[in-house]
Write a protein that binds this ligand. Sequence first.
Ligand code: AHR
Length: 320
Amino acid sequence: MKLKNALLSATVLAACMFGSASAAELVVGFSQIGSESGWRAAETTVTKQEAEKRGVDLKFSDAQQKQENQIKALRSFVAQGVNAIFLAPVVETGWDDVLKEAKEAEIPVILLDRTIKAPDDLYLTAVTSDQVHEGKVAGEWLVKNAGDKKCNIVELQGTTGSSPAIARKKGFEVALAGHDNFKIVRSQTGDFTRAKGKEVMESFLKAENGGKDICALYAHNDDMAVGGIQAIKEAGLKPGKDILVVSIDAVPDIFQAMAAGEANATVELTPNMAGPAFDVLDAYLTDKKEPPKWIQTESKLYTPADDPMKVYEAKKGLGY
Ligand code: AHR
């Protein structure tokens, strides 16, 4: 296998450089954000599976949502002399210094699933979706399906300062522009978690006439949507009917909600960011082939017309 050979040359090289690395394995440090959502847990599972399949020694570090923990993990990977680093960055800013340290140590860094604001020579590539597009697809679905009536929307945002929270908000607003009957009346972070999504949705419902003045919920991920659905039901309303529900990720649970008529649309985000990342790393270490700065993953819209229970079953095998 190509990556194994690349490993050999990279680790033989590393052995020469660092004196002690085993010639059998490529060592990749993976700084993961945490386990805030079903999607995130699946990304972790898939990354570990992809590493195992390719014979890579993956050093996994869970940052528990804290950038400072990610920075510490990256410094520790550099000190250990890993061959490459995968970074799923919790927020967009504040990475320059640590990425410069990795660059000085000649350790390529690949960003997974979120983007950062930093000079692009500080990382090898970013494997992400087009997060503005995801928000736009969600917004366009709503504009097309909510009709011409006045539609008050509540928005559950992702983690403050994270690229998906910023971009998904932007894309959604682009889709609503020029459609004056649509208005975002409340917007707050639910931190990408189910529990916070429910809690914030409860406050939205209270503030908006028990939910009677809300036409739609837009959640930046499915977990918050599932929490929101629970809150809507507890308020005595019907999610998916009284309040339309549109979100992003396409995790199995949202398809169960869709099958029950409680969710209306989701935009898929693949949890397999690691597969493309290992492929370009392989080409880079083997042939010094520079990848493009952005490797874009697909964003597909799913609605109840897509046989939700069938999709649910199919998804279960994919790291969920
Ligand atoms: O960065 C991707 C986002 O992070 C996912 O949409 C969300 O579920 C996760 O927490």
